[in-house]
Structure formats: structure tokens, C-alpha cells
Design a protein around this ligand. Structure first.
Ligand code: UDX
Ligand code: ADP
Length: 459
């Protein structure tokens, strides 16, 4: 088949894979190829067992793969061939050197920029897709300008706003698509090329074009605002646990104010995921590097409250178990950082499990999609851990259930049957407030929600 423009995406992860699958589906006139250095990942993208779990993704990949969607490991060849290159490689937080623990580790980005430079001929548009700190485009251009052949590049920023678990829906019906570019003739022309792709299915008024720096910063700020809402409500949940107030009632009451809105007000054991903490720390790092200490401190508190929330949760568990979890079996319901994904990056489950192992508890972890990642995350950790696909088996003979991820599966379990097979007193800690606490209490459980008084029989 003769295609028009050729799109390449470097990085076949949680962002690159679903985004390119949807672009391919909606734009049959483009040839879309996704490459990755990880050969195993590419093999999985070409199989029936995709490397990530995302509702709706399988069907779209099956429809487009082989027609105009391809997964390949030939990075050099594909770069040479492409007109538009999306870069969606990982940008974890630096663990070493200057800015360790805060600044993003841009080694994968720089490597990619150099690969593009080495294998390019002619002119190409480079699209930043990974979450990156402000002014990355400038760094990217710095590398690309060192070219000695006649290739020429225009860097455009098109931040991704998809949330895991709803990625396909978010891509099909985005609130907005943001495209940042230099406000020069060539910059605006490049931005127009990217607008053209999305205009195949996104209404024009939802496609926002800005200057390069605004689009880069918007991504960090959007995530910081969302995370801030969660930390705000979580901070109030601590106050609720000390009083007669109920955090769900407060969320509902304040969320009914249209100026506040009801989303992202669910108190929880804390937010996780690959973006929130990393993006806020990027923001903090940028603010600090410009000497804006108050701004940095303001946003850093969002992360601190998130850590505080997890610490409080563990302390409540140990405290309720008569201050000792030694040799007690605890079932961990959920390891993913949220429901409908197998992703465990920055999941509060990791911290909670680590702390409970330090208390010498015996853990049985269950999760509908995240057990493979959980196994990898916990490899080498001292202590007794079992991984159990069946939640009933995970809870068998346990003294407590600790619910961390809000999977629907956990709402539908037969808690009467579970209660009967647990050691007594049987405790349940609902880190997401998704269970029917009154019913659990009447079945015999001692129930510990987030941000509400506990319901206990014994004390
Ligand atoms: C986020 C942004 O939503 C998305 O726009 C961006 O592109 C990437 O980062 P994601 O991390 O996939 O997406 O998930 P999100 O739904 O935002 O949830 C993040 C965390 O906050 C999860 O751990 C979730 O459980 C938690 N959360 C969310 C709460 O604790 N309470 C809420 O009310 C909402
Ligand atoms: P995200 O959530 O941002 O999509 P992931 O870690 O899921 O992050 O995906 C990033 C992908 O980028 C990984 O599959 C990784 O192997 C790939 N990657 C990193 N560096 C390169 C590179 N230089 N060339 C090709 N792929 C790369």
C-alpha cells in the first residue's frame, strides 16, 4: 500500500503503544511504526499477548496491525524512513549525581536524539511525547543542530494526557490535544503537520497550539494540580479520622460546588503512577533552579502529604493489630497503583508491603493484573511473601485484609465466605473506601476505612 506521511514512535511503552495504535486506527493514510530497544517488548506487541494491559487496546491493535501499524526493532532503518518521529522513551527521576531524587534522568532522551541524528537524511519533525522538564526541546535541538549532513529538524511538543486504565477512551475522546512549537514559520508549519494528524478524529476546537515552553510546562502543571487535589483531600482524611466527620461526605459536599468539581476527590492510601510524583519533583526542581524557593516548597508539600498518607495507613494497620504483626498473615488486595492497569510504578503498595515485612508479617498478595510486576518489584526483598491469583486463597487464614487498589473485582467478592475462613478478630483496611463498610461490620469484620471512624466490635 502507498502511504502518505510516515510516522515513527520511539518507545513502545504505556504511552507510545496505545497512542500510536489509536493514531493508526484513525489515520489509515499514515504508516505508523513503533520501535523499541527492548526486543522482547516488540515481540509481545506483535503477538496476542500485548506487553501492557489496557481496556480496549487489544481490539485496536488487532484491527490496525499489519495494515498501517507496525512494531519493529529496526530503529535506524525506521528513523531514516520517517517524516514525523514521536519520542516516547522513559524519563525516570535521576537516582545519582546532580538533582538526584528530583531531576529527570534524560539519558534515554539524549541517546534517542543522537540516534535520530545519526540515522537521519532530509527534514523531519521530532515530537516530544514523554513527560519532560521544561526546555527539553531546547536541549534536543542543541543535539540535533550538531548535524553534519543536510538533515534538518523541527522540534514540537505534544504532551500526553492519557491516564492508564482509561488510555484508549482518553485518546479517542481527549479533553484537549496540546501542541507546542516555536512561533517561527518552520515551527508553526511543523505544528500544523501534527494538528493534521489529530484533526482526523479530534474536533478542531479541542486542539490547542501554544509556544513550546507553555506546552511543556502545561503537562507538569496539569499533573501537579491533579495530585494536589488528592493530597488536599487526603490531608483532610487525617482530620476526619480524629473527629466524627466522614471524608466521603466532605468530598461529595465540596465537589458539588461546580467551581471545585467532583473529580479527583477520592481520599485514598495515596497516589501512585509514573507521572505525578516525578512531574511534581520536576516542577520543584525547576522552581528551585530559578531561585523560587517558596514555589518549590509549596509544590513539594503535595508529595510530602502523599508520603504521610501512606505512613499513617501502615501505622493504623499495625496499631489495630495490637501493635504487632509478627507472624500474622495479611492479605494484600491490589498491587497496581490504580485499577484497570497492571502498572505498579510508584504504587503505594510497594511502601506498604515493605513496611509490613519489616513488621515481620506474612503477606499474601493478590491482584487481577499486576502480579507479574509485583513479583519483579519485590524480588530480593526479605520476608515471607506469596503471590496468589485467587483473592479467596490470599485471605484464607489471614488476620487482616489490606485493600490498596480499587479493582471492581474486590467489590464483588463474597465477604461472608472470606470472613468465615479468616482468623479472628478479622480486620479489613479499606485504603480506597470502595467496600460496603456497614455490611462488612455486620458480617463480623472490624473495619478501618480512610477518613472515617473505624467500625470495631472489640475496641
Ligand atoms: C496521570 C494523569 O491523570 C494523566 O493525565 C497523565 O497523562 C499521566 O498521569 P495516571 O497516573 O495514569 O494519569 O492515573 P490517574 O488516574 O491520574 O491516577 C493517579 C493516582 O492517583 C492513582 O494512584 C490513583 O489511584 C490516585 N487517585 C486518583 C486518588 O487517590 N484519588 C482520586 O480521586 C483520583
Ligand atoms: P511511558 O510510561 O512513558 O510510556 P515506558 O517505560 O512504559 O514509559 O516506555 C518507554 C519505552 O522506551 C520502554 O519500552 C523502553 O525500552 C523504550 N526506550 C528507552 N530508550 C530507548 C531508545 N533509545 N530507543 C528505543 N526505545 C527506547
Amino acid at each position: 500500500m502507498n502511504f502518505g506521511k510516515k510516522i515513527l514512535c520511539i518507545g513502545a511503552g504505556y504511552v507510545g503503544g496505545p497512542t500510536m495504535a489509536v493514531i493508526a486506527l484513525k489515520c489509515p493514510q499514515y504508516k505508523v511504526t513503533v520501535v523499541d530497544i527492548n526486543e522482547d517488548k516488540i515481540r509481545q506487541w506483535n503477538s496476542d499477548q500485548l506487553p501492557i494491559y489496557e481496556p480496549g487496546l487489544d481490539g485496536i491493535v488487532k484491527k490496525a496491525r499489519g495494515l498501517n501499524l507496525f512494531f519493529s526493532t529496526d530503529i535506524k532503518g525506521c528513523i531514516k524512513d520517517a517524516d514525523i518521529i514521536f519520542v516516547s522513551v522513559n524519563t525516570p527521576t535521576k537516582t545519582f549525581g546532580l538533582g538526584a531524587g528530583m531531576a529527570p534522568d534524560l539519558q534515554y532522551w539524549e541517546k534517542t536524539a543522537r540516534e535520530i541524528l545519526e540515522s537521519s537524511e532530509g527534514s523531519k519533525i521530532i515530537v516530544e511525547k514523554s513527560t519532560l522538564p521544561v526546555k527539553t526541546a531546547q536541549a534536543m535541538e542543541g543535539i540535533l543542530k550538531t548535524n553534519e549532513n543536510d538533515s534538518c529538524f523541527e522540534v514540537v511538543c505534544n504532551p500526553e494526557f492519557l491516564a492508564e486504565g482509561t488510555a484508549i477512551q482518553d485518546l479517542l475522546e481527549p479533553d484537549r490535544v496540546l501542541i507546542g512549537s516555536h512561533q517561527t514559520d518552520s515551527g508553526l508549519k511543523a505544528a500544523e503537520e501534527i494538528v493534521k494528524i489529530y484533526a482526523n478524529w479530534v474536533p478542531k476546537e479541542k486542539i490547542i497550539t501554544t509556544n513550546l515552553w507553555s506546552s511543556e510546562l502545561s503537562k507538569l502543571v496539569a499533573n501537579a494540580f491533579l495530585a494536589q487535589r488528592i493530597s488536599s483531600i487526603n490531608s483532610i482524611s487525617a482530620l476526619c479520622e480524629k473527629t466524627e466527620a466522614d471524608i466521603s461526605e466532605i468530598s461529595f459536599a465540596i465537589g458539588s460546588d461546580r467551581r471545585i468539581g467532583s473529580k479527583f476527590l477520592n481520599a485514598s492510601v495515596g497516589f501512585g503512577g509514573s507521572c505525578f510524583k516525578k512531574d511534581i519533583l520536576n516542577l520543584v526542581y525547576i522552581a528551585e533552579s530559578y531561585g523560587l524557593d517558596e514555589v518549590a516548597e509549596y509544590w513539594e508539600m503535595v508529595v510530602k502529604i502523599n508520603e504521610y498518607q501512606q505512613e499513617r495507613f501502615v501505622a493504623r494497620i499495625v496499631n489495630a493489630m495490637f501493635n504487632t504483626a509478627v507472624d500474622k498473615k495479611i492479605a494484600i488486595f491490589g498491587f497496581a497503583f490504580k485499577a484497570n492497569t497492571g502498572d505498579t510504578r510508584e504504587s503505594p503498595a510497594k511502601y506498604i508491603v515493605k513496611k509490613l515485612l519489616e513488621e515481620k508479617a506474612i503477606l499474601s498478595i493478590t491482584d487481577p493484573q499486576a502480579l507479574t510486576n509485583a513479583r519483579m518489584d519485590l524480588a530480593g526483598m526479605d520476608g515471607q511473601i506469596a503471590f496468589e491469583a485467587d483473592p479467596y486463597k490470599a485471605a484464607n487464614e489471614a488476620s487482616a485484609i489490606v485493600l490498596i487498589t480499587e479493582w471492581d473485582e474486590f467489590k464483588r467478592l463474597d465477604y461472608d465466605m472470606i470472613y468465615k475462613k479468616m482468623r479472628k478478630p478479622a480486620l479489613i483496611f479499606d485504603g480506597r473506601n470502595i467496600l460496603d463498610h456497614q455490611t462488612l461490620f455486620s458480617l463480623g469484620f472490624d473495619v478501618y476505612p480512610i477518613g472515617k471512624p473505624s467500625l470495631t466490635h472489640s475496641h
